[in-house]
Ligand binder design. Structure first.
Ligand SMILES: [Mn+2]
Length: 331
């Protein structure tokens, strides 16, 4: 008996093929990526605060939001405009979904140390095989061990952070590696060079001393209000070193809560999808993208799957641009 198509299946639905990965990609194994350009990895948490990680189920929410069988081969107008394409990935570029790394959602110091070690080892394994790590978090503590994995071999690496919050707390209740501290920890890594941070707005966890420390380090900040000014995105990207490998750390709460309800701390006055597309394209024109994370999607707060669909769409835009770079195409 044939199964009647559901309304949900019309545009992806929720029942994608569990044997396949995000966007119906082939599944891959972390130690067997010899012919893979882009490696998708779900990492549900790294160093949660005692309240726990509220993003453990985000990777699967993103996968199931938009993963119908033919999607990778269909034309994407946001990526290719009116030039007929072979799909999101150009000829010769391959991607695989490695599934979810087994991490443990607990704030105990031994547990979080194990999480961070497992994450660092996994990302190192991906980098050693010359694939680009493409990470679905997880809360914003995930980028700390991800960035640690890059090491001196690839130095210097720039970071482009896009986030409503600057994440420069030294510690929160004794925890140094939590989601409020990722950019400060990154700034302490020898292989990290320039840090450009986009999208700060409203009142986050940052204290004035945190902002001052970041400015003293040399961070180039462009607040959401600055980005929305005429030419604001171009001015922001001009602060990113040309042709230096760049890691993109995207906290999905950079988006306005109107279009991204699925976050823990909704902050008014945020970015919209088109801003992110313009930022992504500008980066891809300027420097090779050597890694990407999308963190802080909180499915429990989602409304009509809108947040998961948005996260998936944003990630497709980044996937396509990294793929174009790997193929040597003009952005
Ligand atoms: Mn953040």
């Amino acid at each position: 008996m044939s199964k009647a198509p559901s309304m949900g299946n019309l545009f992806g639905g929720s029942d994608f093929d569990q044997d396949k990965g995000w966007l119906n990609m082939p599944r891959g194994e972390i130690d067997a990526l010899s012919a893979i350009d882009i490696a998708v990895l779900g990492i549900g948490c790294a160093t949660p605060y005692p309240v726990g990680s509220y993003c453990m189920d985000a990777p699967d929410a993103i996968r199931s939001a938009r993963s119908w069988p033919s999607i990778l081969e269909q034309h994407d107008f946001d990526l290719y405009g009116l030039s007929p394409s072979k799909g999101i990935l150009p000829d010769g570029v391959t991607a695989a979904d490695l599934g979810n790394l087994p991490v443990v959602d607990h704030a105990d110091a031994k547990v979080t140390a194990n999480n961070r070690a497992a994450i660092e080892a996994a990302i190192k394994a991906i980098l050693d095989q010359d694939a680009v790590p493409f990470v679905f978090g997880g809360d914003d503590s995930v980028p700390i061990p991800v960035l640690a994995a890059y090491g001196e071999a690839k130095a210097p690496i720039s970071i482009l952070q896009i986030d409503a919050h600057i994440d420069w707390r030294n510690e929160v209740n004794g925890e140094n590696n939590g989601l409020s501290s990722n950019m400060r920890r990154a700034s302490e890594m020898d292989h990290i060079g320039k840090i450009v941070q986009l999208g700060a707005r409203g009142i986050g966890s940052a204290r004035s001393t945190d902002l001052q420390d970041a400015l003293d380090y040399g961070v180039s900040f462009h607040t959401t209000r600055m980005l929305k000014d005429d030419g604001g995105i171009d001015r922001a990207l001009a602060d990113l070193p040309q042709d230096t490998p760049v890691y993109i750390a995207l906290d999905i709460d950079c988006l306005d809560p109107v279009v991204m309800p699925a976050v823990i701390g909704a902050a008014q006055g945020g970015l919209f999808y088109d801003h992110l597309v313009a930022i992504f394209e500008g980066v891809a024109k300027r420097a090779p993208i050597v890694g990407f994370n999308l963190v802080e999607l909180m499915p429990a707060r989602d409304v009509n799957n809108q947040g998961a669909l948005m996260a998936s769409r944003v990630a497709i835009s980044m996937l396509g641009l990294i793929a174009k770079q790997r193929a040597g195409l003009t952005i």
